[in-house]
Design a protein around this ligand. Structure first.
Ligand code: ADP
Length: 395
């Protein structure tokens, strides 16, 4: 059965075509700069890359071009689009209405619309992608996989903010959490690697990419996570601040900053970029720090410190900790940062093997034999998780 996975952003659509249940990736591609100059599609299949540059007005046209590329006589991978049995869509915000992936019906669409004001950059393009796929593949079943749904198990005590209760009742202001597909995937994979049942371990998962979040997973279920109502809360990220005293915002308002300025400041100009003044990219910062750039080093140090602090917090939340998992571009590759985060954690029971850690950039265990808490590097695969959910719901 062929499952198409779609991740629609505001000006891009990422896609992967899977043969399920084998989980073979038949083709993958990216449509970029939709509605802008220099739009293009890049598709890779059997190790070969094909690029088409042409104006692409909107997501409907992007979907037409994706389907045309998949059936192209020269570099396509299927002979007819009717071979695609179902489509799995990444949807960022499902609010508190879904505890798992859902076959898309009018009710699901209405919820995605409803939560658009909490994820204005993500839910509207996700929905546009859904409509384009419904239009282009009218006979395929459509499934929504929410970034929030893995966190549906977080208890009230962890998802409520200490704000007036009416704000929750009136506006549903609470912690929702994101990156759920990734946290769930690596937490499950971790139990597989450990050789225990999927509900038989307490794990802290660290998704460290451009966006960063951590989740406390108790017996297979998310019980707390660092992102909140929106992805701004928690860890230091590429351009997002993560946690800080909200009174800073009132202070800056007094100094003349508008709400729009503050939004841009916290989401686009803070984090690694804001501290270093140079880059939001961990690789660049490592190079700059190695050359003696003090602010780049400080950005890395604050980033690592915050992750360490959350490991401590979530260890307390979990009661007992069996494993810590690193994933995402930084988690999988930034070996020195991993060592820094895991240093001096004997009390918690984490002891990293410096030599093994330094060599590990893919799946592996980087803690010592003696380490009470195991530390794993597990490459995330959100597309596969979406394909698997879609297959399960529609097979
Ligand atoms: P996204 O959240 O957009 O999916 P990624 O998971 O690809 O992003 O992570 C991007 C981050 O990973 C960037 O900060 C990048 O510098 C970092 N990264 C990728 N490779 C390395 C590496 N070898 N060493 C350090 N950081 C890396």
């Amino acid at each position: 059965m062929k499952v198409l996975v779609i991740n629609a952003g505001s000006s891009s659509v990422k896609y992967q075509l899977y043969q399920m249940p084998e989980a073979d990736v038949i083709a993958k591609g990216l449509v970029e700069r939709i509605g802008e100059e220099g739009a293009s599609l890049t598709q890779t299949s059997s190790g070969k890359k094909h690029e088409i540059a042409q104006p692409i007005a909107d997501h409907e046209q992007a979907m037409d071009i994706i389907l045309a590329a998949l059936v192209n006589k020269d570099y396509g991978v299927i002979s007819d689009v009717s071979e695609i049995a179902s489509v799995g869509h990444r949807v960022v915000h499902g609010g508190d209405e879904f505890s798992g992936s859902m076959i898309i019906d009018d009710k699901v669409v209405a919820s995605i619309e409803k939560f658009a004001d909490l994820a204005p950059l993500h839910n509207p393009p996700n929905l546009t992608g859904i409509r384009a796929a419904q239009h282009g593949l009218p006979n395929a079943k459509q499934v929504a996989c929410f970034d929030t749904s893995f966190h549906a198990t977080i208890p009230e005590v962890a998802y409520m903010y200490a704000l007036p209760y009416e704000l929750y009742e009136e506006y549903r202001i609470r912690r929702y959490g994101f990156h759920g597909t990734s946290h769930r995937y690596v937490a499950r994979k971790c139990t597989e690697v450990m050789g225990v049942g999927k509900y038989d371990a307490n794990v802290i998962t660290c998704h460290l990419g451009n966006g960063c979040s951590m989740t406390a997973v108790k017996n297979g279920k998310s019980v707390d996570t660092s992102m909140g109502l929106t992805p701004l809360e928690g860890l230091v990220m590429g351009t997002r601040s993560g946690d800080f005293d909200p009174a800073i915002l009132f202070y800056l308002t007094d100094k003349g900053y508008s709400i729009k300025d503050l939004n841009t400041l916290c989401n686009k100009k803070s984090g690694l970029l804001g501290i270093s003044g140079e880059s939001n990219d961990m690789r660049n910062l490592s190079e700059l720090a190695a050359k003696g750039d003090k602010k780049a080093q400080l950005a890395i140090d604050i980033f690592a410190y915050r992750v360490k602090k959350y490991i401590g917090t979530y260890t307390a939340v979990l009661g007992t900790l069996d494993a810590v998992v690193f994933t995402g571009g930084i988690g999988e590759n930034a070996v020195e940062l991993r060592a820094q985060i895991c240093s001096d954690q004997k009390q918690i029971g984490i002891e990293i093997d410096a030599d093994v850690n330094a060599k590990t950039r893919g799946l592996g265990c980087v803690s010592t034999e003696a380490s009470r808490v195991k530390v794993y590097v597990i490459p995330t695969d959100e597309e596969f998780a979406i394909a698997a959910d879609t297959y399960e719901l529609t097979k």
